[in-house]
Design a protein around this ligand. Structure first.
Ligand code: ADP
Length: 423
């Protein structure tokens, strides 16, 4: 395992895994800290935690547990992955987790680089841009949990860490890995423990990836992951780079479950229905008032899937969602819908012969993965940016595409199923 990664949320973990695969690394994503030994021949492992907004002490404990497992399974380098908008508060959790990992790894220097130029996240002289505006002028300034009101990452990180924070400017990064390494050494000599690193292009990420090759710990968004993977590929460390994204062909039936109510998912559901494909609607109010409703939906889904791919959806327009939430409460509406979709997914897989499943919605995907008792995913080819096909590990592998709310083109569902059938 060339690199062992600790991600602070689930879709962020998939995003990083997708980047590592793009760079030629065979990658597995673990859902939570595993208990068993790693049972796969891979270059990279990403442990998906949910620590972005929990209490700093809990985030540290969970991250150290992930570190212990990664080290026990031979990780040569550790990568702490956070959001490309550096989501955090003066209390954390980026700084506290970084400090704890540094201490455990016995290192006194690391980088902090959330840049993801392909997605418009660039860092220039320490200032993070989202598209053409500063982070502090982007939608992130109003985030309910981690409002980002300062775009200067040196200033944002400093109160979160016991280490002195410094900066490697883009002028240096543009001169290549040797110049970056030289600057790291100079900063270290000045007593700096964490260097924010500018990056405005994929070429910058590659320079950073090479310059960080020997660092015990890297902290970054998903972008630097691509740089590190490309460094290993170019150095000839990746024997399977050409086939890293390949998943074995998988026989069986296909289905989609959708619990996301985002604009993109509403359009994707409409596209599927307009094409005349089989679709079963889940009515959340009926679920709440009639205990037999889930069984009826399951039966309908099982007979439909015997004829061809079926979509089971709770996806609804905002006014409908508001009406349901007003009647049941936001939390209860979400929970019973997630539970029903998870039960449908389990029935489709366990008795309906489904081996290829698309799940739409972050929370919905989490419920589905839990119901299917999936603990690890081998990352395959990308369907749309940020959403790869994956294959669950274990005796009966299932192909899963887990799409968070606003991702994917309008024809995402049929495109995904077509891609897995004709790789
Ligand atoms: P996204 O990734 O778009 O945020 P999630 O699955 O994370 O999607 O969240 C959507 C939430 O809305 C889930 O808790 C889901 O169960 C709930 N939900 C889905 N359909 C409905 C509906 N018709 N009425 C109320 N809540 C719904």
């Amino acid at each position: 395992m060339l690199i062992g990664c600790i991600a602070d949320d689930f879709t962020g973990a998939t995003d990083l895994a997708n980047m590592l695969v793009k760079g030629g690394m065979r990658t597995v994503q673990m859902i939570d800290v595993p208990t068993a030994k790693l049972d796969a021949d891979v270059d990279a492992v990403v442990v998906a935690l949910k620590t972005r907004t929990i209490a700093p002490a809990d985030a540290v404990t969970q991250s150290l547990a992930a570190l212990a497992w990664l080290q026990a399974n031979g990780a040569q380098q550790i990568y702490f992955k956070y959001c490309s908008t550096f989501d955090s508060t003066p209390e954390g959790n980026i700084g506290p987790v970084m400090d704890a990992l540094m201490q455990k790894l016995g290192t006194d220097f690391t980088i902090a680089c959330p840049a993801f130029p392909e997605n418009g996240r660039t860092i220039f002289r320490g200032y993070l841009y989202v598209g053409d505006v500063l982070l502090s002028e982007s939608g992130m300034k109003d985030h309910p949990l981690t409002p980002m009101t300062d775009a200067n990452l040196v200033r944002v990180l400093q109160p979160q860490t016991a280490h002195k924070v410094g900066l490697v400017k883009v002028d240096v990064v543009a001169r290549g890995p040797a110049a970056v390494r030289e600057r790291f050494a100079a900063l270290k000599a000045e007593g700096i423990g964490a260097a924010v690193v500018d990056a405005v292009s994929d070429a910058d990420l590659q320079s950073i990836g090479s310059a960080c090759a020997d660092m015990p710990l890297v902290t970054a968004g998903s972008g630097v992951g691509l740089g590190i993977a490309l460094h290993h590929r170019d150095a000839g460390h990746l024997g399977h780079a050409a086939t890293a994204a390949q998943l074995p062909r998988i026989a069986g039936r296909s289905a989609v479950v959708s619990g996301s109510c985002s604009v993109a998912t509403n359009a994707q559901v409409k596209h599927w229905i307009d094409a005349g494909k089989a679709a079963i609607r889940v009515d959340t109010l009926k679920l709440a008032s009639d205990a037999g409703e889930v069984a009826r939906i399951v039966d309908a889904a099982l007979s439909a899937v015997a004829q061809g791919p079926v979509l089971v959806y709770a996806t609804a327009a905002p006014d409908e969602v508001k009406r349901v939430q007003a009647a049941l409460g936001v939390e209860r509406a979400g929970q019973i819908t997630e539970a029903a979709l998870a039960a449908v997914a389990r029935a489709l897989v366990e008795t309906g012969g489904v081996t290829k499943l698309v799940a739409a919605g972050g929370e919905t995907s989490g419920a589905v993965v839990q119901a299917l008792k999936v603990s690890a995913l081998r990352i395959g080819p990308q369907i749309d940016p940020g959403v790869p096909w994956t294959l669950s590990t274990g005796a009966k592998p299932i192909a899963l595409a887990l799409k968070s709310g606003n991702f994917g083109t309008t024809d995402f569902f049929s495109k995904a199923l077509q891609q897995i059938d004709q790789p």
